[in-house]
Structures are given as C-alpha cells and as structure tokens.
Design a protein around this ligand. Structure first.
Ligand code: SAM
Length: 284
C-alpha cells in the first residue's frame, strides 16, 4: 500500500495546502490509526456515517469503502475541491461546507435515514482540537438518533470525558458523557502520526450511546446546573459552591439538605457519584 505520509504530502503539494492551525488541522498519516478508528466504529453498508472535519479525506476514503453513505462536514472550503476530486466516483459521498456546530444534525440524520433506508447513524472523526468539547456536547445534548461516536481527541480531554464519575479525573463533562453514553478507550496515538505534529498526545475513544440515560432524573436541566456549579468552584466544598452558585438559598438550608441526604458538609463535588448528585437534585 502507498505510504500515507507520502500520499498526504503529495496531496498538500498538489493543491498548495498548508495546515491552518486556527482550524485545528493536523492531518493523519498513520495507516494503523486509520484502520483502528474505522475498525472500532464497526460500520456497515447499513450505516450512515457523519464525518466531522474530513480535511484531505484520509479517513473518508476508508469510511466510504465500508459505509452505506458518508456525509462529511468540513468548514475549510479549500478542502472541497480535494474531496470532490478524490471521491467523485463514489455515489455514497456528500460533503457539506459548514461549521459543524451550525448544522442541524437531527434533521440531516432523519432525512438521510428515510431517503436511503439506512438503519443506523454513526459519527466518526479526527476532531479539530480547539472545539472538541462543544462538538461532543452538541452530539450528546441534542439527543441525536445515533448509535456511536468514534473520535480522536487530545488525550487529556479524553481522560476527562471517559473517567468514571467521582474519580479524580472527572470534571463536569464526565457526568454528561456518562449520562448519555458508555465509553471505551480505543488507542493512544503518538504526536508523529500527524502532519504537522500537534503539541499534545492524542487518543481515540468511542462513545456508545445508551438506549436510555444512565439514571432517572426528575429535572435534567437542574441536575447539570448543579454539576456545573460544583465543578466551576472545584476547590470549594460542594455546599459553598451550591450556595455561591445560587442553587441553594443559604447555608442553613444547605446543611439541612446535606443532613437529610447523609452527605458530609465538607464534601467536594468531585467526590460525589452520579446517583448522589441525582438524589441531591431530586431533593432540591
Ligand atoms: N480528518 C482529517 C485527518 O484525519 O487527517 C483532518 C482532521 S483535522 C484534526 C480537523 C479537521 O476539522 C480539519 O480539516 C478542519 O478544517 C476541520 N474543521 C475545523 N473546524 C471545523 C468546524 N467548526 N466544522 C467542521 N470542520 C471543522
């Protein structure tokens, strides 16, 4: 097989492309990583795949061979000609030149599934690192009709996303991810797997969307508000964070509530399990 690094350099030279750092462009040149991402996403001809940020089309090529249809969403219009030149012979390829955060994905998935008789939708991407969190949150919070999200992101963010709620590495986003999905670590990726090399290590993770959320909540919005408030003031006790964040009126009310729930008044938010946060939320 043609060397992926040479092929990437050739395409970049042919089209006069230099990587745009502000768009988070680090092009993948490691064949083994491509195979692992596509393998982990377990796509078949019955699947609609939405690829975010196809860039020069490295992952896209492999996705097209395996999926029923691939819709690639790319913000950089320099990539359109490259993608269309490379994949004009595939009738299962479509590119949308747009910021993924502005795309109505729910509508897109519904229309595509209806029109093409595709059974499942899956997201696959080597994400632009400067907007990893907003993209993941959009994919989860919009409760899209998708089966899984297989993405390469910076290792540090991956560790936080897939931590178990209540673990040392957890942050507010850990609880969101856990609520919506079961996560899997796929592989660590060294910096020299890209042109140009990113300054941080990368990791491929897979989020398998749950059929129903991890826990039952009476008020989902309040639940995530409580979690955000407790992690915004990580160094403070949970009680102070909730009073300062305006979630509980005053300390007296907080003490009463904590006592009722059997929570230590000095506990920090990061030490609470998902269920303990849920109980607190329900009680409020
Ligand atoms: N998939 C290619 C690969 O693996 O070599 C490129 C990955 S590169 C890390 C991220 C890609 O996302 C770039 O092509 C970049 O132009 C694109 N991108 C950046 N911001 C975007 C946005 N808001 N919406 C869609 N694509 C975006």
């Amino acid at each position: 097989m043609e060397n992926l690094e040479e092929k990437t350099r050739y395409i970049m030279k042919k089209y006069g492309i230099s990587a745009n750092k502000s768009l988070g462009q680090n092009f993948l040149i490691n064949e083994e990583v491509v195979e692992n991402i596509v393998g982990a996403s377990k796509i078949s001809k019955e699947d609609l795949v939405i690829e975010i940020g196809p860039g020069l089309g490295t992952l896209t090529q492999s996705l097209l061979e395996n999926a029923g249809k691939v819709i690639a969403i790319e913000l950089d219009d320099r990539m359109l000609k490259i993608l269309n030149d490379r994949f004009f012979m595939y009738d299962n390829f479509q590119v949308i030149n747009e910021d993924v955060l502005k795309v109505d994905l729910a509508d897109l998935i519904k229309k595509e599934k209806n029109a093409n008789g595709l059974k499942n939708a899956k997201i696959v991407a080597n994400l632009p690192y400067y907007i990893t969190t907003p993209i993941i949150m959009k994919l989860l919070e919009e409760e899209l009709d998708i089966e899984s999200i297989t993405v390469m992101i910076q290792k540090e963010v991956a560790d936080r996303l897939i931590a178990t709620p209540g673990d040392k590495q957890s942050g507010a986003i850990t609880y969101s991810v856990y609520y919506y999905a079961e996560s899997e670590k796929i592989m660590l990726v060294e910096n020299n797997s890209f042109i140009p090399e990113p300054e941080v290590q990368s990791e491929v993770i897979k989020l398998n969307i749950r059929k129903s959320p991890a826990i039952d909540l009476k008020d989902k919005d309040l639940f995530f508000k409580i979690i955000k408030a407790s992690f915004m003031q990580r160094r403070k006790t949970l009680m102070n964070a909730l009073v300062n964040g305006g979630i509980i009126k005053d300390k007296a009310q907080a003490k009463e509530l904590f006592e009722k729930l059997g929570l230590d008044i000095n506990v920090r938010g990061e030490n609470l399990s998902m269920q303990e946060f849920a109980d607190l939320c329900d009680e409020l």
